[in-house]
Design a binder for this molecule. Sequence first.
Ligand code: ZN
Length: 242
Amino acid sequence: MRILVISDIHANKDALNAVIKDAKNFDGVWCLGDIVGYGPEPNECIEIVRNLPELKCIKGNHDVAAIGEMDISLFNQEAKDSMMMHQSILTKDRKKFLHNLPEKIEVEGVTLVHGSPRNPIWEYILEPYIARINYEFFKTEICMIGHSHQPLISSWNAEDGVLEWGAAQPSKTINIHNRMIINPGSVGQPRDYDPRAAYGIFHTSIRRFEFKRVEYDIAAVQKKIIDKKMPSRHAERLSAGW
Ligand code: ZN
């Protein structure tokens, strides 16, 4: 099967549509959380995601916050402003969809979580030693994560004690070797200074993962953010890719 792997859409419908179009034919979709937060179109993004074929979807910290199941007092002011806007415009039905998402899914020898297998909602895997610890917290060959918005490849060989760790370059294809932690990057708010939408394609039978990037109309999304009187910083960062 050819699986489309997406994460951190963050209410960016234009980026999501560009990814779906670019991915062309896929048999199923794995979504690693944060459908909402920051961007201008949370309802629309949930509607697109939940109608994707053979969907496996877990929840992220912004999804939890958007349905009022998390204290957002520690969010910075801009994140709080957009989150309150999302809380007010999300329909009851879409909130229920977010509420019902699991924190973790195991499928085809892959564990899907938003942050880390140790702490699925909150932990960031941004350093090799954090990745190393987290290999103890999932049983499958591979763990796919989001949350940091940065494409990542890590592998762990328990026999020789070698940890591989590094950013994944656009268009990189890897064959699965040893146990691995993979982050496809963010669809709607990349943070690796490449503003193009990031996603992955996973071939389940041949165990191969492709990192992909696609351009979309960033200016159109920035205009929607400004028109909806959301924090301008959320618009500016899209063209910086950070
Ligand atoms: Zn996120």
